[in-house]
Design a protein around this ligand. Structure first.
Ligand code: ZN
Length: 96
């Protein structure tokens, strides 16, 4: 008896994983608790120096931002190397 070569397992039933979304965490906006997000794009400008084709390029990066206050969901910006002004706990002064 020889072991069979690795073969993807085929299940007779549809391989769709049943996920109960009630168990999944709903991401909410940190600022306003809103849970509806809209897709937005961060545009990264690639300077001609580092661009592979030597030309300035705009690279859109899709993120999700709060549909209410516009804040981008946590964790989305970390890889973008963006400095968020609201990172400090300082309460912004209001100009009234
Ligand atoms: Zn919000």
């Amino acid at each position: 008896m020889s072991t069979k070569p690795m073969k993807p397992l085929k299940k007779p039933q549809s391989a769709q994983v049943q996920v109960d979304l009630r168990d999944a965490e709903t991401i909410k906006c940190n600022d306003c608790n809103n849970y509806l997000f809209i897709t937005s794009f961060i545009l990264k400008k690639l300077s001609a120096i580092v661009s592979p084709n030597g030309q300035e390029a705009l690279i859109p990066v899709q993120v999700y931002s709060c549909g209410n206050c516009g804040k981008v969901a946590d964790g989305m910006l970390e890889s973008m190397n963006l400095e968020e002004e609201s990172n400090t706990d300082k309460f912004p002064s209001l100009d009234i």
